[in-house]
Ligand binder design. Structure first.
Ligand SMILES: [Zn+2]
Length: 199
């Protein structure tokens, strides 16, 4: 087993496990790291060099480097669900974000197949989703139990469904451009930091 101090060393430290695993931009890496701390330690330890997390939150597009594709399971996170400024782990949307990270980790470490390229039947696809849902919820609530804070309640399937419905609405709003109309944006270019990372 890896020394926990080393295993949980912050992504800020160059070369740490989280540092190599997280490429979600400076504003969001910490949140993905927080989510990964909900994983059972032995699972994180086993897969600490086999995963990478990406988002396009801080960039307009990216090409995923061959190194990642060949050596790690690549997990893409929608910027819609990333915790925003001043968020905290008690918020329903943040709990949902953590749940999504765990759900995707299950798909990765269980080597789930692609419905499209492996020609899965709807039943096979659903079986994979059910496994990811079940384990993610189990890990989440195990972590809550370990923390032992009576103010932090276990996550339920209903909590997840409520957040999924909200996200469905946000997705539609984004598509219909209700949420974003750049012609009305007021900002100075010099204040915008462009990260040209070749992931
Ligand atoms: Zn899934």
């Amino acid at each position: 087993m890896t020394d926990p101090n080393k295993l949980y060393e912050s992504y800020i430290r160059k070369g740490s496990y989280f540092n190599l695993m997280l490429n979600c931009g400076h504003k969001y890496n910490q949140w993905v790291q927080n989510a990964l701390c909900y994983l059972p330690q032995d699972i994180l330890d086993e897969h600490k060099e086999k995963l990478v997390f990406l988002t396009t939150a801080d960039i307009d597009g990216c090409r995923v480097a061959r190194h990642y594709c060949e050596n790690r399971e690549v997990i893409l996170l929608s910027e819609r669900i990333l915790p925003k400024q001043h968020a905290n782990e008690g918020q329903p949307d943040v709990r949902y974000f953590i749940y999504v990270v765990l759900h995707e980790v299950v798909h990765a470490i269980k080597k789930h197949k692609s419905p499209k390229f492996d020609n899965l039947t709807p039943i096979e696809k659903q079986a994979q989703e059910d496994e990811a849902d079940r384990l993610a919820l189990e890990w989440f609530n195990q972590h809550i139990e370990e923390i032992g804070n009576p103010n932090i309640k276990p996550l339920t399937k209903t909590d997840i469904e409520i957040e999924q419905e909200k996200q469905q609405v946000v997705r539609e709003q984004l598509y219909t451009d209700i949420l974003r109309d750049c012609s009305k944006c007021e900002f100075y270019y010099k204040e915008v930091e462009v990260e040209s990372a070749d992931l």
